[in-house]
Design a protein around this ligand. Structure first.
Ligand code: DHB
Ligand code: FE
Length: 285
């Protein structure tokens, strides 16, 4: 049986990818941010998963206003890093896991969630920056990755509650896969940031940290956070945080084993470009 044993949460910002790719991680602006991931990079080596189920959002790269899937699962054998305007990032291509991805698609759709099946897709900073933060600059990513794209760009976007429920369905799907696989689920994006309009540059440390506390300790209540609260308190792009609730919903304590999770790392740093960077690792006991 495959099992989800840990979840990882992290912001993504294109400038973080550029800082890594251009060798700027030790510069004074960036060093305090990257230092928050030192423990996590070692943790990844010590707790290498067989597969990462990576929940992220596409930023009008693979999708556009032409086509807006709410939830899209990548079932391809590989996913190429996209050119987002400065050439593709010099990072390894992403190797998928078509068999587990199709199994999850089948199971989750049977559990009444509508997923779009994606057999060809390029992946943008939403997916590659979290991998770089957690894995550094390897020649190949440590394991296959199943990309799971969530629309948090074009309204209407899914609620936190729906994302949380979907995480629980994904856990059931993984646990009904026969092969013994150690799966990690990642929720990415956030925390507070707004890239446009009169409130561009908005950061809300107090709200972000209270939300993190609740995500860890009382995720069912956190899932009820109304959509408008994300936008008002964490900025228009802060709504990326609903993706963290997919990963949180997939953890073992939600499945009925309270006390089964441990916080292995928690980090918060402002600023990285226009974004408040948040990071968590939750692992089964
Ligand atoms: C920034 C943050 C994002 O989440 C994003 O997708 C693009 C840019 C930023 O802070 O610059
Ligand atoms: Fe983003």
């Amino acid at each position: 049986m495959a099992r989800i044993t840990a979840s990882v949460y992290t912001s993504h910002v294109p400038a973080i990818g550029a800082a890594i790719d251009l060798g700027k991680t030790t510069e004074p602006y960036w060093q305090p941010m990257f230092q928050g991931y030192d423990y996590s990079k070692q943790w990844m080596k010590d707790n290498k998963p067989d597969v990462i189920f990576l929940v992220y959002n596409d930023h009008a790269t693979a999708f556009s206003l032409d086509m807006i899937p709410t939830f899209a699962i990548g079932t391809a054998a590989e996913f190429i890093p996209a050119d987002e305007g400065f050439g593709p990032r010099p990072v390894p291509k992403v190797i998928g896991h078509p068999d587990l991805a199709s199994h999850i698609a089948h199971s989750v759709i049977q559990q009444d969630f509508d997923l779009t099946i994606v057999n060809k897709m390029e992946v943008d900073h939403g997916l590659t920056v979290p991998l770089s933060l957690m894995c550094g600059q390897p020649d190949a990513w440590p394991c296959p990755v199943i990309p799971f794209a969530v629309n948090v760009v074009q309204y209407p976007v899914p609620s936190g509650q729906r994302c949380f429920n979907l995480g629980q369905a994904i856990r059931k799907a993984v646990e009904s896969y026969d092969e013994d696989l150690n799966v990690h689920i990642w929720g990415t994006g956030g925390m507070s940031h707004q890239l446009q309009g009169a409130r561009a540059g908005l950061i809300n440390r107090a709200w972000d940290n209270a939300w993190l506390d609740q995500l860890i300790a009382d995720p069912a209540t956190c899932a009820k956070t109304p959509h408008i609260d994300y936008v008002r308190e964490a900025g228009s792009e802060g709504v990326e945080l609903v993706m963290w609730l997919i990963a949180r919903g997939a953890m073992q304590d939600i499945a009925g084993d309270p006390g089964s999770i441990r916080v292995k790392n928690r980090f918060y740093h402002v600023p990285a470009s226009n974004t408040a960077v948040g990071h968590l690792i939750l692992q089964d006991v």
